[in-house]
Every structure is written in C-alpha cells, then in structure tokens.
Design a protein around this ligand. Structure first.
Ligand SMILES: *[C@@H]1O[C@H](CO)[C@@H](O)[C@H](O)[C@H]1NC(C)=O
Length: 169
C-alpha cells in the first residue's frame, strides 16, 4: 500500500498534475514548487467527508532541517482561525516519499499529507484552509498553501470508507 502511494505521487509529478492552490495570506511562507490535491484540479476543492484528503507537495528545503511539523488552519467566516487537528499525520518527516529527515538545504522533497475530513465539517460547508510546514527547530514556516474547499457527501466508491462507516454505526 505504501509503495502504491509512493508510485502514485511520483506519477502525479511526472505527469504534471497540479492543483492551482493560492499563496497563504494569513501565514507568510512561499508556495511549494508543486501541489496536487487528489481529485481536485480547480478551486474550490470538493473534499468528501469521512475520508482522507490527500495532498502531495514538492518543495525545496531552505535549510538543513531535522524536524518538521505540518499545521492546518481553517478560516470560517466570522470566526477566529481554527487549528485543525492533523494528529499523527502532522509529523511531516514520517510522510516524505523520496527522502528522510534530516533533510539538507536545497534538497527537493516530496511529501504526501493525509487529512481526515471529520464529521465536524458538515457537508456543504465552504471554508478556506491554510496548510503550512514548519521547521521544528527554527519554528519558521517552510512552505504554505491556501486552499478554498467545499465538503461534499462521503464517497463510497470502493469500500475504502468501511472503517469510517463503522465508527458512525
Ligand atoms: C548541512 O548539512 C550538510 C551535511 O550534513 C553539511 O555539510 C552542511 O555544512 C550543512 N549546512 C548548513 C548550512 O548547516
């Protein structure tokens, strides 16, 4: 399965698949070299509830970095920014697909983030998310993407969502 995901992400870069994400406006950091959100080639991204959104990024390490953390923030109209819990998926170094931490300055990194779309994001809601990768020591932001999204009904295309359905039963 892991190998499959790696092959898919490499294929995405080779075939030039790309999602036209925006530069962050709340956080200050450059865009990655390439971003591809599975199933999304135009904004807003429609992300099915109760499954993982998968975000592939290719970016260049600005420094030698030994630890990184991925953070997601949701911007809902009229509310303070909300930190969206990525839990173990926020351990950036565990999801690099072409290298390992520590990474070296100027290394080109391929990274695949999974974010579970929780039921607390109701179907139909529109919001904007900013995802940033933070240098775990300097606490500076390495890259950041801004993505308007709409949460859509859970897809049940291939039985991959069985675990989520059981949780709800
Ligand atoms: C980064 O790491 C490499 C290899 O460990 C080392 O040779 C280099 O001096 C380091 N560069 C910086 C800017 O710390």
């Amino acid at each position: 399965m892991f190998r499959f995901v790696v092959l898919l992400s490499v294929a995405a870069v080779i075939s030039g698949q790309s999602t036209p994400v925006n530069q962050c406006t709340f956080y200050n950091a450059p865009l990655p070299i390439n971003t591809y959100i599975e199933g999304c080639d135009s904004l807003p991204c429609e992300l099915p509830q109760l499954q993982d959104a998968v975000i592939h990024m290719t970016y260049k390490a600005p420094e030698n970095i030994s630890r990184m953390r991925t953070l997601a923030t949701a911007f809902l109209p009229g509310l303070f920014p909300i930190q969206y819990p990525l839990l173990a998926n926020g351990e950036t170094c565990n999801f690099l697909t072409n290298t390992n931490c520590p990474v070296q300055k100027d290394e080109i990194i391929q990274y695949s983030l999974k974010m579970f779309i929780q039921p607390s994001f109701p179907v139909g809601i529109q919001t904007t998310l900013e995802f940033r990768i933070q240098d775990g020591e300097r606490l500076s932001n390495v890259v950041c993407i801004q993505v308007p999204i709409r949460v859509v009904s859970p897809a049940n295309k291939d039985g991959a969502d069985d675990a989520a359905s059981i949780d709800l039963a």
